[in-house]
Write a protein that binds this ligand. Structure first.
Ligand SMILES: Nc1nc2c(c(=O)[nH]1)N[C@H]1C(S)=C(S)[C@@H](COP(=O)(O)OP(=O)(O)OC[C@H]3O[C@@H](n4cnc5c(=O)[nH]c(N)nc54)[C@H](O)[C@@H]3O)O[C@H]1N2
Ligand SMILES: Nc1nc2c(c(=O)[nH]1)N[C@H]1C(S)=C(S)[C@@H](COP(=O)(O)OP(=O)(O)OC[C@H]3O[C@@H](n4cnc5c(=O)[nH]c(N)nc54)[C@H](O)[C@@H]3O)O[C@H]1N2
Ligand code: SF4
Ligand SMILES: [Mo]
Length: 663
């Protein structure tokens, strides 16, 4: 293993965050003593964030799992004894072979997501390993895929503009994205545009901290974004703001789109979306004339059953106005699709003919008695499904099964790891090598290990090399080193990679992909406009409130930091947000207790009267550990696991209806 030297080592944040900051770790006598943001990295600019500023506390936390663990108590009790790697691997090998013999490899299910986003540790060897065994697999669609599918419908190739080009825009619509909180290193770019006279608009059902900083905040009824775009198209067409030359030369289907917008005059649009007709007219005119104009969106509105159509509608706006023609104009979304293509990453593992399940359906899959073969072994890495996936009660019911052999590779005994038969200790980012492209900009970083693995921790890839040996896989591809994997990705022939070498990354820590800043991005193929379909969100069941459970914490990153008291908000307990008018109606005061329930589960929480919400919309924060909740379970007991019939697309977390009553 490559020994690291004392001194300063550059690496990159691994979290599922668009910013992918570059950091510097100061190492003394083999111990990391300081970690700070790199000043010469354009997006980091010397600042990490409140989540990661204390990352070394996480690395050296007394609760880190540092040896393999074997369950000794009942499932879910979290009682384990330390065992050697040899014993842990013996048990996995034996159990898997028994299951393969009896039911076939499809009875094994790997479950992984974005715990680390580095492309090497995220899953390259894992995918090869499970494909070679012939196990079942999941569709890793929980986040970002509906957004991709929606943009794909309109653009074909769903590439958006460089987020750092937004400084050139004069109208920026932050459409269902809480930039200040979730993508904080983009904020200076937005401010730069505004300082040059740009207008910033936020469209969100919640008055977020980002909305507080906007020039105009349009508080939309949840899930009605398609109706808003139809209203905008109606006004653009009515007021002669569309350019025939652009439409004829660069689009197809404009006629169908405009026809579908005909019934959506501003007054009908206001009724449906809750946005004043005058604001709809203002936005249409501003977007069309105050150019360059751009729409920025990540995943907020996609987490709905009509999420794909919403994202298609969002991609329609800059495509019908021809916003793409000016540098800084167009749709600005995740940049992941650019480098996935360049690096040849088959994240969907399309080559593997496995039985696949959308990862939102884990609870159903683990409890389905008719599944043939059933799932008898689960291997979790880079994820914490007991917290992050919808329909939590069913997931816990599945994890409790005695005939399910569960292995979890983790840094901590998470709410998922508590149910494991074997927990394998994994390294943190400063103990492993990885290549870290970003989904919020065009820089790529090399994460170099700063310290040796703590205790007996091993990286994901090291674990899959050991498992490959145990399961008798001979092919050399299972044993490639991390450095060889990175070098082979970078050696691919693709224009984006022309400016990036391993040596340069080793020296500087990061490089910019070969993508010119400040150039307009008009695609060769026509923009595929079409009629838009506004089908209001889900049929309203017998519940009065829609529940939102988006990311609301400055110091949480998904399920990562809620176990640390220093990261918790004050008061340190999840609360049910209720709009003042609804609280008055229900007879609830700030701090009083409520019961929230639907057909999937229930929670008991104190009330937070919150005028950032709107009447009819309640909120529970996402990411809290189970034990922080009075019920020992968290918000995803309430959320919907529904996916489309073709099993594609992101989880519809936000299409969740609940009832609320005082306790
Ligand atoms: N601090 C922090 N940062 C994070 C994360 C974190 O947990 N904490 N998570 C990271 C991850 S995994 C991701 S994917 C990104 C997500 O980044 P974003 O997409 O910016 O974040 P979300 O909070 O999921 O959603 C953004 C907004 O969408 C709004 N929204 C919900 N429904 C609708 C709707 O129907 N229409 C419209 N117009 N808006 C709607 C929500 O109210 C929310 O304010 O953030 C990343 N960054
Ligand atoms: N209700 C509700 N649910 C949501 C969301 C929401 O807004 N509301 N957001 C959704 C979204 S957008 C996303 S992306 C998902 C996030 O879902 P996940 O990707 O599963 O969540 P994370 O908490 O980011 O990471 C999971 C685990 O990875 C572990 N980990 C980190 N690095 C490594 C490593 O190198 N190796 C291994 N083996 N493990 C590692 C961490 O310790 C952590 O426990 O959650 C989704 N769930
Ligand atoms: S979580 Fe995001 S903002 Fe924070 S250090 Fe990591 S990449 Fe940067
Ligand atoms: Mo996400």
């Amino acid at each position: 293993m490559k020994r690291t030297m004392d001194g300063v080592v550059r690496g990159a944040c691994h979290h599922d965050c668009p910013d992918t900051c570059v950091w510097e770790v100061t190492v003394d006598d083999g111990i990391a003593i300081e970690l700070r943001g790199t000043a010469d990295h354009p997006t980091t600019a010397g600042q990490l964030c409140p989540k990661v500023n204390r990352f070394l506390d996480r690395v050296y936390h007394p609760q880190r799992v540092l040896t393999p663990l074997r369950r000794v108590g009942p499932k879910g009790s979290g009682t384990f004894e330390p065992v050697s790697w040899g014993d842990a691997l013996d048990e996995i090998e034996e159990q898997w072979n028994v299951i393969i013999e009896a039911k076939g490899p499809a009875a094994i299910l790997p479950y992984s997501f974005d715990g680390t986003q580095g492309v090497i540790q995220k899953g390259i060897l894992a995918r090869r390993f499970f494909a070679a065994l012939g196990t079942s697999d999941i569709r890793r669609h929980l986040c970002g895929v509906s957004s991709w599918l929606g943009a794909h419908e309109i653009l074909g190739d769903p590439k958006g503009i460089d987020p750092e080009d937004l400084h050139l825009a004069r109208t920026i619509v932050l459409w269902g994205t809480n930039t200040l909180l979730t993508n904080r290193h983009l904020w200076p770019v937005i401010e730069e545009a505004r300082n040059a006279g740009g207008v910033v608009v936020v469209i969100d059902p919640v008055r977020t901290p980002t909305a507080d900083r906007a020039d105009r905040f349009l508080q939309i009824q949840p899930g009605t974004d398609v109706a808003l775009v139809l209203g905008l198209v109606h006004v653009l067409n009515r007021d002669g703001l569309l350019d025939d030359e652009w439409l004829d030369g660069h689009t197809t289907g404009a006629g169908e789109l405009i026809a579908s917008a005909a019934p959506w005059d501003p007054s009908r649009c206001e009724t449906e979306t809750g946005i004043a007709a005058a604001d709809i007219e203002w936005l249409a005119h501003t977007f069309a004339t105050n150019r360059p104009s751009a729409v920025r969106s990540l995943v907020g509105p996609e987490h709905r059953t009509n999420g794909i159509e919403i994202m298609a509608a969002i991609a329609t706006l800059p495509s019908i106005t021809g916003a793409w023609q000016e540098p800084g104009g167009g749709l600005c979304r995740s940049t992941q699709v650019w480098w996935e293509e360049a690096l040849g990453l088959d994240v969907e593992n399309l080559a593997q003919p496995a039985r696949k399940f959308n990862m939102a359906r884990l609870g159903e899959v683990l409890t389905d008695v008719d599944l043939d073969p059933p799932i008898n072994a689960l291997f979790v890495h880079n994820s914490n499904p007991a917290v992050i996936a919808p329909d939590q009660n069913r997931i816990l019911e599945g994890l409790q099964r005695d005939d399910l052999f569960t292995v979890v590779a983790e840094q901590f005994v998470t709410d998922t790891a508590r149910f494991a038969d074997i927990v394998l200790p994994v390294t943190t980012q400063i103990e492993q090598l990885d290549l870290a492209p970003a989904w919020g900009h065009f820089n790529v970083a090399l994460n170099q290990p700063a310290i040796a693995p703590l205790g007996e921790a091993k990286s994901n890839n090291e674990i899959f090399r050991l498992l490959a040996e145990r399961m008798g896989l001979d092919d050399a591809s299972h044993y490639e080193s991390d450095e060889a994997l990175i070098r082979s990705l970078l050696s691919r022939s693709h224009p984006l990679l022309d400016s990036v070498t391993y040596e340069q990354l080793e020296r500087d820590g990061w490089a910019r992909f070969n993508h010119e800043p400040g150039e307009a991005l008009v695609q060769q193929n026509p923009y595929r406009l079409r009629a838009l379909d506004h089908t209001p969100t889900a049929t309203k069941p017998n519940h009065r409130f829609q529940l939102i459970s988006a990311k609301q914490h400055v110091r949480f990153l998904n399920a990562n930091y809620a176990q640390f008291p220093a990261h918790r908000p004050s008061p340190p307990e999840p609360r049910l947000g209720v709009h003042p008018s609804d609280a008055a109606d229900l007879g609830l005061d700030d701090g009083s207790d409520a019961r929230v329930w639907n057909e999937r589960g229930e929670l008991h929480l104190p009330i937070h009267v919150d005028d950032r919400l709107q009447s009819g919309l309640v909120s529970i924060p996402f990411g809290w550990v189970h034990q922080a909740h009075r019920d020992g379970r968290s918000v995803n007991v309430l959320t919907s696991p529904d996916v489309r019939d073709d099993d594609q697309g992101s989880a519809a977390f936000l299409d969740t209806w609940v009832s609320v009553s005082p306790v």
